[in-house]
Write a protein that binds this ligand. Structure first.
Ligand code: F6R
Length: 613
């Protein structure tokens, strides 16, 4: 993971690096650091903790003037604890070369071993230090920086985007890319480097994306590109997409609360774009499927991670229900370890908010190798997934989600999947009454989400009674089983309380053993096919003295008579209920975490974009 930034030009480098790092903080916030040319010196300043810690350090030690070239890094720890020492940039032993790295060096132990045998001493536990020591060792043999980098990368296995700076070459930065993204920002008498283009859009109008196996040598006037064989290459700069999103909490205490509150608007926006009226067909002009392909699909496979995977599980129910096409959902990271039993008639749906999740991208690439067709669903038009899914791509248009914990982007992914299911059903000529009614009810969802969100304070009062519990169990069935999983994930990541989501019917096959008066069970028990069975499974949990919380529709007396606490939602048909059942779950996690004093928008150990496998 991690974020990289670099600058060379005529401006003070420190504020530019810090601004770039802030834009990249979503890639990790375990530590941050910079390396800058200061006169004849190459200085590294770094600190464990968030970027504000680095800022404090820089305020104390640096005035920012007269330094025009540097690289910066924000870290999500993969190898070695998040300490000052393991923070990037890393120096070689002679402190002549500094490196920042995003990715993972898989053979770092072997390389480290060979360098130790040469007498090189290591100062950190990271895989990154291996890179800088290796480049330094190669430099001693070749005397050429570029050759040293080329020699070193041949020996490295894994994924990496690198920013490299040499003491003896003031005014120069080298960038290297294998798998992990790296983008060059093209300016007038200044140039930039960053892990993504949004980090550069505030500084430049044009960018060049470094390809796999490419190296760039940047000075303020020149951008020289090479492949790993040392051959010069030419690439045209392209315009950078300027984001309209502004980082603003709009009066909310946390981005998370603001983003929860935006969910009705997000769904409404998508419906207005793609389903303006239930009387019309779903309009997804961004898709180019032939009727013949849709007719003959042999398998739909959804690949995603985390919250996006949960959206995929909801999507499976909806697609199967209204198109009768078989759908399977796999964790992208697991798909990588399975036989890809796909054919040219298979449709693979990759879902990723960031569009950069390494597991999802690798899984989608593996699926594409089989000849399957890809549909991408992402919130980021300017992302690896969007690139791979050019022919069939739906942007989920949730707007910028700052909080690491996904809320509005989950609801946006679900909306897109409902729309896609309707699109397939209508393309296949299934324009029956059931489809019309679903479209009609779907158009009502934004209003119902809004009504549910206004109950936030009531939910707060209800859930804080359970804030001291060390363990939670969430149960649901059918289309609300994924919401039980999502609820457990939200609570874990925000409050650090252990929580598990189970298919309600599975409780008696083992998990019920964990229940006691200290383990609240949260049941999603809304009217529909699953109602009676979830209710029955809840009664079984109650018999084990677990405190019982329900998510149920208004006026459900049966639920009210049995459960200790009922988080009410407005009445809704079962197939659309995930849009509402997830909301009290988001509030439950939020209010408990806030009560416990947790870092709501940047929970420990996490990153918004998980760019390592
Ligand atoms: C949880 C969360 C993560 C992401 C997961 C996939 O709140 O945000 O579980 O959903 O890391 O991320 P994307 O959707 O960017 O591929």
């Amino acid at each position: 993971m991690c974020g990289i930034v670099g600058y060379v030009g005529n401006k003070d480098v420190i504020p530019i690096l810090l601004e770039g790092l802030h834009s990249l903080e979503y890639r990790g916030y375990d530590s941050s650091g910079i390396a800058i040319h200061e006169g004849k010196n190459l200085s590294v300043i770094k600190s464990a903790g968030k970027i504000s810690k680095l800022e404090e350090l820089l305020l104390k030690s640096r005035n920012g003037n007269g330094k025009y070239c540097g690289i910066g890094h924000t870290r999500w720890a993969t190898h070695g604890e998040p300490t000052d020492n393991n923070a990037h940039p890393h120096f070689d032993s002679d402190e002549k070369i500094a490196v920042v790295h995003n990715g993972i060096i898989r053979n770092y132990l072997e390389v480290k071993d060979s360098l130790i045998k040469k007498g090189i001493k290591f100062a950190s536990d990271t895989d990154t230090e291996v890179i800088v020591q290796l480049v330094s060792s190669c430099f001693k043999e070749t005397g050429s920086i570029l050759s040293a980098i080329r020699q070193a990368v041949v020996m490295l296995e894994g994924s990496y985007a690198l920013g490299i700076i040499f003491k003896d070459e003031p005014g120069k930065i080298y960038g290297v890319r294998k798998e992990s993204p790296l983008v060059i920002g093209v300016g007038e008498t200044e140039n930039y480097l960053a892990s993504d283009s949004p980090a550069l859009s505030q500084f430049v109008d044009r960018i060049i994306r470094l390809g796999d196996g490419e190296i760039v040598e940047l000075s303020k006037e020149k951008i020289e590109l090479y492949n790993f064989d040392g051959k010069k290459i030419n690439k045209q700069a392209q315009p950078v997409e300027k984001s309209k999103d502004i980082m603003d909490k709009k009066g909310y205490k946390h981005y998370l609360a603001k983003e929860i509150s935006e969910q009705a608007e997000v769904v409404l926006h998508l419906l207005n774009d793609y389903l303006p009226s239930p009387k019309k067909s779903v309009k997804l002009d961004c898709l180019n499927f032939s009727k013949d392909f849709l007719d003959n699909i042999d398998r739909i496979l959804i690949l995603a991670c985390g919250t996006a995977y949960h959206a995929g599980l909801v999507g499976k129910h909806v697609i199967e229900n209204i198109t009768a096409k078989p759908v399977e959902v796999q964790l992208a990271s697991e798909f990588l370890n399975t036989k890809a039993l796909l054919t040219k008639k298979s449709l693979v749906i990759g879902i990723s908010q960031s569009g950069e999740t390494a597991d999802t991208i690798a899984a989608v690439k593996k699926a594409l190798d089989t000849g399957a067709t890809l549909l991408g669903i992402t919130n980021r038009p300017d992302s690896a997934l969007a690139d791979l899914a050019k022919d069939h791509l739906i942007i989920s248009h949730a707007g910028l989600e700052v909080s690491v914990c996904a809320t509005k982007t989950f609801i946006a992914q679900m909306t897109v999947l409902y729309l896609f299911a309707l699109y397939v059903a209508e393309s296949l000529g299934k324009e029956d009454k059931k489809i019309f009614l679903l479209k009609q009810e779907l158009r009502m969802v934004p209003q119902l989400i809004d009504q549910t969100i206004t109950r936030g304070e009531r939910y707060q009062e209800q859930v804080l009674k359970y804030a001291d519990k060390p363990d939670f169990v969430f149960i649901g069935r059918g289309i609300n089983y994924p919401i039980a999983l999502e609820a457990a994930l939200k609570l874990k990541e925000l409050s650090y309380i252990h929580a598990s989501g189970y298919a309600a019917g599975e409780m008696k096959h083992g998990p019920i053993a964990v229940l006691d008066p200290d383990v609240p069970v949260v049941s999603i028990v809304v009217p529909g096919d699953a109602y009676d069975r979830v209710f029955q499974n809840s009664i079984e949990a109650k018999a084990r003295q677990a405190p019982m919380i329900a998510v149920a529709v208004d006026g459900d007396k049966k639920v009210e008579s049995v459960f200790n606490t009922v988080l009410h939602i407005p009445p809704i048909i079962e197939i659309l209920s995930p849009f509402l059942t997830v909301i009290p779950m988001q509030f439950l996690a939020y209010y408990i975490a806030e009560h416990l004093g947790c870092d709501i928008d940047q929970p420990r150990n996490l990153a918004k974009s998980v760019t390592v496998e």
